[in-house]
Each structure stands twice: as structure tokens, then as C-alpha cells.
Design a protein around this ligand. Sequence first.
Ligand SMILES: N[C@@H](CCCCC(O)O)C(=O)O
Ligand SMILES: [Mn+2]
Ligand SMILES: [Mn+2]
Ligand SMILES: [Mn+2]
Length: 314
Amino acid sequence: HSVGIIGAPFSKGQPRDGVERGPDLIRAAGLVEKLKGQGCIVKDYGNLIFEEVPNDEPIGRVKRPRTVGRANEQLASAVERVKNDGHTCVMLGGDHSLAIGSIQGHASSRNELSVVWVDAHADINTPLTSPTGNIHGQPMSYLIHELHSKIPVMPNFSWIKPCIAAKDIVYIGLRDVDPEEHYILKRLGIKVFSMTEVDRLGIAKVMEQTCDHIFSKVKKPIHLSYDIDALDPSITPATGTPVVGGLSYREGIYITEYICQTGLLSAVDMVEVNPKRGKTEEEIKSTVNTAVDLLLGCFGRVREGSHSPDYKMP
Ligand SMILES: N[C@@H](CCCCC(O)O)C(=O)O
Ligand SMILES: [Mn+2]
Ligand SMILES: [Mn+2]
Ligand SMILES: [Mn+2]
């Protein structure tokens, strides 16, 4: 695996400070060294530098639109460059509004993508349906062809071109979906494995059926957008919008092992790690270490262990 890492220290898609520290905390927990240790080639492109846009007044209910739009435009070109350099892209967040730039940049280098969205939330509110105005609850709405007519013109958002078809999306882990989002998911016929399906089917069947769905016609590169709040808060409490009844550590890891073995993972987001939302050092460590382990699973780590092909027993 050849991996290109982008740090996106960004928090303005939501109101809580601290999530901008995600990239450096994940690096400090040894992501690069551990990826190299399991045989990956790794290029760390460093952190993007995001400018605050002054007087960034809300538009309708939508908060910090100009800052979020600008940041994602920067991210999109960074992700496109990592893809054109031939790597699988790892985007370290930062809040989930960053999926706008990550998926847009990915789509500009690969013309058709499938998106696997692992999250407690659907993040598919439009600017007009959002109950909070926080853009980290809206990223998917800007990216989906079928919602284009529902998105108003917003400053610093005009560069965004819808790039994903509803049929090419699968959600895993949903358990906190707004009524307006539920309507959109049903109307667009988007494939959803909520926590009910995870309980009913088990994670192995969920992953089988996820891949049956996204590979139903032609096999497309996979964009895995992983919100750390998909996991149960007992595992990953240091996050902005925790919701009880989440994925176990084992289920979270199984998802990454399964996606890895498809050989089609082309970009992965790891977002919403927020150290300021951890009550203890232990809670922060558990959250950050789990984020690292999930990424290691994306790039070949398997729990049965492994050995190098040229190992000679003494
Ligand atoms: N659905 C809520 C909560 C969104 C949570 C965002 C997280 O999943 O990135 C909203 O729209 O504000
Ligand atoms: Mn192009
Ligand atoms: Mn979430
Ligand atoms: Mn999210």
C-alpha cells in the first residue's frame, strides 16, 4: 500500500473547539511509523493551513459558510494532488464538513466513486433542512447529484460540483438521524445499515451486503468516510457528538479489514476526534489509539498477525 497523508486541522463545521487537534494527535500516536512497520510506503504531506474568513455571518441557519467553503476548496486540491501522485489518500480531521473537499478532490481524480459512510449520523442535511446550521451535519448534501436542486447558492461553495450518485452510497452505524435526513435517505433510496441492521445481520453480513450493493454494476474506487463517533462512546468518547449504542471496537476494525481486502480503497477520512471532549487522559488516548488502529486496518493490518514472505525460521 502506498499512502499519502493530509492533516486538516479544521473545526468550523461545528461549534466545539479541539477537533482541529485531531491530525497531530493521530500522528503523535505513531500512525506513520506503524503504517511503515506493516509494510506501507508513506508520504506525509503535512497539515493544511486554513485562513479564517472575517465577518463570516450565518446565511439563513448555516454557520461559518465562507470559512467552511474556503477550507474545503483547499482540501479538494490537496486530495486531488495526493491521488494524482498515486497514493491512497488519508485525510485526518478535523470535523466532518471536511468530507466535502475530500470527496470532491477524490472525485476530480477518479471520475466515479462509491462512498462508504461510517457514522452515527447521516450528515446529509441540506442548508435548508439542517436543525443546527452546523455544516458537519450537511457534507453529503452538497455532493449528491440527486440533491443538487435543493442546495442554495452560497459564497465560497460555487466550486463544488455534485459527484456522487445516491446508488453509490452505503451508510453503516446510523443511530441518530434527523427526520429531514430520514426523508432524504428514503426518497433517494440510499442503502443504510443502521445499528438495527448491524444487530440483526451481524457485521460480517453487513459488509458482504455493502459490497454487493456498491459493486452491483461496475467496481468503483471506494471513498471510506469514517466518523469516529460511529463507534460506541465507551471506546471513543473524545468526540463532539457522541451517541450511545455504537459499534464495538471489533465491529469498527472488521469494517476496515473488509474494505481493505476488496483492494479498492482509494481514500479514507478519519474525522471528529476531539481531545477536549475527553474527560480524562485515558478517554483521549482510547479515542486516538482506536482511530490509529482503524487506519492500520485500512492498510493491511489483520488481527491474526502476519509475517514477511522472506522470513526464514532459524
Ligand atoms: N444531524 C445533526 C448532527 C450532525 C453530526 C455531525 C457528525 O456526524 O459529523 C446536525 O445536522 O447538526
Ligand atoms: Mn479531472
Ligand atoms: Mn457523527
Ligand atoms: Mn459525521
